[in-house]
Design a protein around this ligand. Sequence first.
Ligand code: DI6
Ligand code: FE
Length: 400
Amino acid sequence: MRFERLWRNASLATLAPQRPGVGWVQPGAIGVAGGRIAFAGAEAELPVGADAGEVLDLEGRLVTPGLIDCHTHLVFGGERSGEFEMRMAGADYQSIARAGGGILSTVRATRAATDEELAASAGERLRVLMAEGVTTVEIKSGYGLDLLTELRMLRVARALGRQHPVEVATTLLAAHAVPPDRDRASYLDLVIRKLIPQAAREGLADAVDGYCEGIAFTPVEIRAVLAAARCAGLPVKLHADQLSDGGGAALAAEFQALSADHLEWTNIEGVAALARSGTVAVLLPGAFYCLREHQQPPVAELRRRGVRMALATDCNPGTSPLLSILTALNLAAVQFGLTIEECLAGVTREAAHALGRAREIGTLEAGKRADLAIWDVERPAELVYWIGRNPLHKRIWRGE
Ligand code: DI6
Ligand code: FE
């Protein structure tokens, strides 16, 4: 066996499903060839006579799969610190939104921004995420709310993936809010008849998402959007039950969604539906924290039913201006009671499932893309425990 590069003397958290816990292997080795993992396992099991172009001694450092941020809104114009100030002074998120602030203020700023400006600000945010070991990031549209700007956001997101050593998954979130300049019915018509088919035809979106919420779209409206996505051959995701129980989880499950995200208000029937459809529950502790929510997602029930749980930053200018996936791990442990293993799996293996890419990424197993994060820590728990420390030693994308 010939490796282009071989890392030895590593502590591996492989997250491989056939290994228990975090898939711990120590001392471990990883060999890569052609941008893929050719070997990931115990040093003692390295094939006899294997040789490598380059051998690196990791001196016991922890290696995890490259981290996957499976829910972000990285592309947007402007920022919303003014709204944050208002909320800290007592205003609530939903009344700001109803008064034309919130998402709509970002829509105005996004429409006014050039492609170059959008790419520059999102690129800066992307590089911050990458500096903490992120090798795959999902990016949603949803701040254009017209044909031109929604497609523009997706193109900018795609271009970011070409310009950086990172994998970008794009999601069309045109059903994010009713635009200021159209009525609900005509906007939904545009989304269903034009936007979704065109985004699919041009290969701009890997999935379709919707905001099923009192301040956004009703389950009936979202059902039509998800049906249009299905017609266009695109998988779906859903912002579900964040601020109220709107039956979002069950709706996502009905469409075999890749993921249902937020889920603070999801009831036990909703969890059962997710379990039946194999939909991943994506928990977003940054939004929970910033909105000072009290309603906890039904973690115990998700666990009991064996629903996969992923975690993400939900980086967006309103409810989660969070650019640290490691902080999201800490928030999920402290606020939601996730275990260290669940936290790590949530930004690797389970996040890969939430993007429909589990065959390619998310674990350290032979055959998968060689996306790795090498850390200056001894124990996986340290990745969750610190707040504001970035112990990344090296980020490897496609073996480099
Ligand atoms: N994700 C979203 O899309 C909304 N909330 C969330 O957690 C709205 C984000 C925003 O206010 O811009
Ligand atoms: Fe979101």
